[in-house]
Design a protein around this ligand. Structure first.
Ligand code: PMP
Length: 384
């Protein structure tokens, strides 16, 4: 894109209802947020358990700052790796039942590191069509043969695996799909990985803290295999920021040596790492919050079931209300905003063409009454 073309391109995005605009919150993360002086009930955050503003977690970070200062000052392989990071990695590995774990500054960075350090030219990577952009970018950056299979279509994946003569194969999936809230068939994917001697890499950004009593999608299905690589982010249900990869010690050692976003990036602030143990304790103790989420999900499914709109099959806190056209989705989101609800309209290219939707993100801090009222208003607006 040349300098002189930028403004016309942005106007084009405007005309097609695809221009992205940020808003600045005047309040902490939570279900009640303030934007431009107006209060909204938010159904937009990934803070599923409501931990981002939890007093114990806030205190843990404050204590971490007092103990460790703010910046880590360097990459992990220089002097950026502290005892706080080391202990967080050990706690995370124990929590998800794997031998070892490695911290990253973000889930995006973790996905790039894992994929590019395991596959390259002459190898093949098999990715679900609805995978998160960061997985796709890892696949592209790896230079491996990048093959995408139809969403959750095991037969299609098997055909691609069977037709591949690549030496190293990696299957990459979201455990919970970020725009639909549905889940990957992990046991069947692991069986295919075993049969075709492939790695199975699962991105559990949206399952960690929520599924498997908080221990995530692989724990819920009781999966274990050295070829299974687990990644979860700490910026969603865990209430912090950053991410971790868990697997065998051998794998983690390889990532320390070859994961470019690990090697060439400043370590996460140690205070955040120091707060990981508190976050894990809160997650482990959050059965009541997960129970509330389950009630909210059930309410959403019940209320949206009979409508003319597709709502997918999600049993997770991500509940899509698929509208189709971009303009219609935007109009609905704006109508809800005027009534004090913040529900994002997700448009292409984040979702497929004609798949624009309202994405309702549920939090354990919502109550059923609040959700019920939102759904009343959303359905009224959709039908008007
Ligand atoms: N994977 C998935 C499925 C995600 O939804 C996200 C965040 N939206 C990421 C990875 C990236 O994680 P992070 O925000 O920590 O970079």
């Amino acid at each position: 894109m040349r300098l002189q073309d930028l403004s016309a391109a942005l106007l084009e995005l405007d005309a097609s209802h695809r221009r992205r605009q940020r808003v600045s919150l005047e309040s902490p993360q939570g279900v009640e947020i303030i934007i431009d002086g107006n209060e909204y009930l938010s159904f937009a955050s990934n803070d599923y358990l409501g931990l981002a503003d939890h007093p114990s977690l806030v205190r843990a970070v404050q204590q971490g700052v007092e103990r460790w200062g703010v910046g880590s000052g360097a990459a992990h392989l220089l002097t950026g790796h502290s005892q706080a990071h080391q202990q967080a990695e050990e706690a995370l590995a124990r929590f998800v039942g794997r031998e070892a774990a490695l911290l990253f500054g973000s889930g995006y960075a973790a996905n790039l590191a894992v994929i590019t350090s395991l596959v390259g030219r002459g190898d093949a990577v098999f990715a679900d069509r609805l995978n998160h952009a960061s997985l796709n970018d890892g696949c592209l950056l790896s230079r491996a043969d990048f093959q995408r299979f139809r969403h959750n279509d095991l037969d299609h994946l098997e055909q691609l695996l069977a037709g591949s003569s690549a030496r190293t194969r990696l299957i990459a999936v979201d455990a919970v799909y970020s725009m639909d809230g549905d889940e990957a068939p992990l046991p069947e994917l692991l069986a295919l990985a075993e049969r075709y001697d492939a790695w199975l890499y699962i991105d559990d950004a949206h399952g960690f803290g929520v599924l498997g009593q908080g221990r995530g999608s692989q724990a819920e299905r009781d999966l274990s295999s050295e070829r299974l690589i687990y990644m979860a982010t700490l910026g969603k249900a865990a209430g912090l920021a950053g991410a971790f990869v868990a697997g065998s010690s051998l794998l983690v050692d390889w990532l320390v040596n070859r994961g470019r976003t690990y090697i060439f990036s400043t370590a996460q602030p140690p205070a955040l790492a120091a707060a990981v143990s508190t976050s894990l304790r809160l997650i482990a103790e959050a059965d009541d919050r997960r129970e509330r989420l389950a009630q909210l999900v059930a309410c959403c499914r019940r209320r949206l079931a009979g409508t003319a709109y597709s709502t997918g099959t999600s049993r997770t806190p991500i509940q899509p209300f698929i509208i189709g056209g971009d303009a219609h989705a935007m109009k609905l989101a704006q109508g809800l905003q005027q009534q004090g609800y913040w529900v994002p309209a997700i448009r292409p290219p984040t979702v497929p063409d004609n798949g624009a939707r309202l994405r309702i993100s549920l939090s354990a801090l919502h109550d059923v009454q609040q959700l019920d009222t939102l759904l009343d208003r959303m359905l009224l607006l959709a039908e008007s």
